[in-house]
Design a protein around this ligand. Sequence first.
Ligand SMILES: *[C@@H]1O[C@H](CO)[C@@H](O)[C@H](O)[C@H]1NC(C)=O
Length: 183
Amino acid sequence: MKFSIIPSVLALASCVLAAPSTLKPFLKRNPTGSFKLVAYSLESSVVDIFYSDGIAYAGDSSKWTYGSVTTDVTFVIEDTEVITTATTSGVTLDSDTLFYIRPIANQVLPVGFTGNGVTVPDDAVTTNFIFYGTYLMWEYDDGSLSDSFRARETNVTGVYELYYDFSNLYPSGYKTPVVKSSS
Ligand SMILES: *[C@@H]1O[C@H](CO)[C@@H](O)[C@H](O)[C@H]1NC(C)=O
C-alpha cells in the first residue's frame, strides 16, 4: 500500500518538506509535557479536538450537547501512546484513556478513545503515534508516516467528527484537517 506521501502536510509545508524521501527520523519531535490537539483547515480559526463518549470531535465542545460524557482534553505522548486527560470541570476520564485511529485499508473510520466503558473496535490502534514537528503522525510498520485525518461536520455547525482515511480515499463530504499539537 502506498500512503506515505502525507499530502496535507506537503500541501501546507511544501517549502519545508521538499519530498517524502527527505523525511528523516531526526525531525520526529514529540512534545514534552501536556498539549492540546488542534485541527487546522476546518474553520477560519483553529479548533480543538475534544472527547465525547469515546469519539474524537473537533470544534467547540460546549456546542456539542448530545454526548453523555463530553470534555475538553489535553494529552501527553508516552511510548508512542497518546494519553488523554479531561480538562472540563467535573469530568474525569479513566487513566487508560488513549487516543486511537483505525488504520484499515480502503475505509474511512472514526477516531476515538479507549477506556471509560466505551466499546473500542478490534481494529483500533493506540500505539505508533509520533509528532513530525508539531504534526501528529502515525507510523506504519515500514517506517512510513501518515496523517490521513478527515473530518465530517455533524448536525451542529462547526463541530466535526474526526476520521482516519488510511488509504487516502478523500471521500466527498469530508474535509482534510491537519492535526497538530498546541500547548
Ligand atoms: C444530531 O446528532 C446527534 C448525534 O449523532 C443525534 O443524537 C441527534 O439526534 C441529532 N439531532 C438532530 C436534530 O438531527
